[in-house]
Design a protein. Structure first.
Length: 151
């Protein structure tokens, strides 16, 4: 996580709170204003999970809320999460079988391996790396997943 940077936050970059929420710092008050009844130098607001205003908040220049280890403490600069994709695909083979298929250069090939012959070195390596599939349909599902599941 990128450490808290007051200058970047004052320039409009969001910050991350200990609670995991996103917040924005709008302005910083001088120390003499703090002595006149404002609790902290930095003023801003916190957003909910839908990026909507939740409540106003204030912090010290170090990003601390008034409590010790508060959920509203600033712990760093906000970083957008990269989207994730969950796939449900047939598992590659762990043991060789006749009729197994493999993918090479985006094409599906049927192996000519038969039980009566040992696997060649290249075939053993491909099996160990999860490169053989039970049938063409299983291999095609992997190709489709790689082509179509971009966030």
């Amino acid at each position: 996580m990128k450490p808290f940077n007051l200058e970047e936050a004052l320039a409009g970059e969001p910050v991350k709170l200990r609670s995991g929420r996103k917040a924005y710092i709008k302005y910083s008050l001088k120390a003499e204003k703090v002595e006149c009844g404002v609790y902290s130098e930095i003023q801003g607001y916190v957003l909910n999970e839908r990026n909507q205003f939740l409540y106003a908040c204030s912090w010290t220049e170090e990003g601390n809320y008034y409590d010790f280890n508060s959920e509203d403490d600033i712990i760093g600069m906000w970083e957008e999460q990269q989207p994730r994709i969950t796939l449900n695909l047939p598992a590659p083979l762990k043991e060789p079988r006749e009729g197994m298929c493999f993918i090479k250069w985006g094409m599906i090939y049927k192996s000519n391996w038969v039980k009566s012959t040992p696997l060649k070195c290249m075939e053993q390596e491909r099996l160990k790396e999860g490169g053989y599939f039970a049938n063409e349909q299983d291999a095609q599902e992997w190709i489709d997943a790689m082509k179509n599941n971009r966030a």
